[in-house]
Design a protein around this ligand. Structure first.
Ligand SMILES: [Zn+2]
Length: 390
């Protein structure tokens, strides 16, 4: 669809309301429920998604300029459940949907809004839980700003739209915020959460609830679980700063990859590249940031990871999907070692993610960014491991 088809003209659908009541007034069929609308932006592209509504024959989009909210225009979208449009920077709209069938139209969905800012917005915003200890929240804030400074020192692309760093030290509060951030996307469509994080909501909740997850980035938001046992008792201040930089790099990956990072369940290899590389590049960035900031030494951190991985047997090519990655004993250490072996030049990781699109697969992007096929790299890596990581 062209931009003018959706946002330029008033395509108010001509409902023959009276006729429908006369013909269908005694029918038992009811209009469908309204959809749950999820709005996301990436650069100057806005995407609207919703989960199919039972018994809906189609959907009507309602839109109005933000913040005036008038005039309201509408457009029949047929039975699609996803639209994506490039709009000029500066565009700002309220959007809502109704679903319809032969018995009529639903109420409005939730109202979404988006602003494609033409001016430079802050790259990072913060949202902290009410009960967060102030020294903990200011540490996370300064860690994120330090990571951002490192990103700028490496000439990484700016965050656009703004990334929000969330941190909570209470599971219940964290889960509420997590769900609120992704509602209605989460509530209506686990498919959307799968696409944006590779996790189902249940898996994400379990990760937070059982304490194994310290950080998690989804789209333009990332969450730090400072209630986590490891976070509270084991992690050093430097390691926490590494986690924050790692998560911040995930949000950059999301912004760099054109199109979704994930399209299916965790058993599939993400569209944005193998799991070991998504995670490993985040750790290379994180540990390089620590080295840059004088908080740790990259080569010693790498050696520690090698010491952990040396006790376990694995094949990197089996770590392209989540089950494969997390069935190894030291998944993050291995991912870090492999990504560090692949390249110490962070601009190559940035090019890799930037190259991936609907037209360019991660395998093709890998060749372009790193100058070799992933299979050739797997062979090199295997030799490196067999040679005692030398
Ligand atoms: Zn990660």
């Amino acid at each position: 669809m062209t931009q003018s088809a959706i946002f330029g003209f008033n395509h108010r659908k001509a409902f023959c309301g009276v006729l429908i009541i006369l013909l269908c007034g005694s029918a038992l069929a009811a209009p469908p429920e309204p959809p749950n609308l999820c709005v996301s932006t990436k650069g100057n592209t806005v995407s609207l998604n919703w989960y199919p509504v039972e018994s809906a024959a189609g959907y009507e989009l309602y839109y109005a300029p933000y913040p005036d909210a008038t005039p309201i225009s509408s457009l029949d979208l047929g039975n699609t459940t996803i639209i994506s449009e490039e709009l000029p920077l500066g565009s700002a709209y309220f959007v809502a949907l109704k679903s319809y069938n032969a018995s009529g139209a639903s109420n409005y969905s939730n109202v979404g809004q988006f602003i494609l800012s033409a001016t430079e917005l802050p790259q990072i915003a913060f949202a902290f839980g009410d009960s967060m200890d102030s020294s903990e929240s200011s540490k996370i804030q300064s860690d994120a700003l330090q990571a951002l400074e490192f990103f700028e020192s490496q000439s990484f692309p700016r965050f656009q739209p703004t990334v929000t760093v969330h941190a909570y030290d209470d599971y219940e509060e964290l889960l509420d915020a997590y769900i609120e951030t992704f509602t209605p996307c989460v509530a209506s469509s686990l498919g959307l959460i799968i696409r944006s994080s590779g996790l189902t909501l249940a898996e994400a909740e379990d990760g937070w609830g059982n304490g194994s997850t310290q950080g998690n980035a989804i789209g333009n938001d990332f969450f730090i679980n400072s209630a986590n046992f490891h976070w509270r008792t084991i992690f050093t201040e430097a390691f926490k700063a590494k986690v924050v930089a790692h998560e911040l790099f995930h949000t950059l990956q999301y912004q760099l990859v054109e199109g979704p990072m994930f399209a299916g369940p965790n058993t599939e290899v993400p569209l944005a590249g193998p799991r070991w590389l998504l995670e490993g590049s985040g750790d290379v960035v994180g540990y390089m940031m620590l080295d840059w900031a004088g908080l740790s030494d990259f080569d010693s951190d790498l050696q520690s990871a090698i010491d952990s991985a040396a006790r376990t047997e694995y094949l990197l090519e089996n770590m392209e999907n989540s089950p494969g990655m997390y069935s190894t004993e030291a998944p993050f250490q291995i991912a870090f070692i492999a990504a560090a072996f692949l390249s110490r030049d962070l601009s190559k990781f940035v090019s890799f993610f930037s190259l991936i699109s609907d037209e360019v697969t991660w395998e093709e992007a890998f060749i372009q960014a790193f100058g070799k096929s992933v299979d050739a790299f797997y062979a090199e890596y295997k030799a490196y491991v067999n040679n005692g990581y030398q």
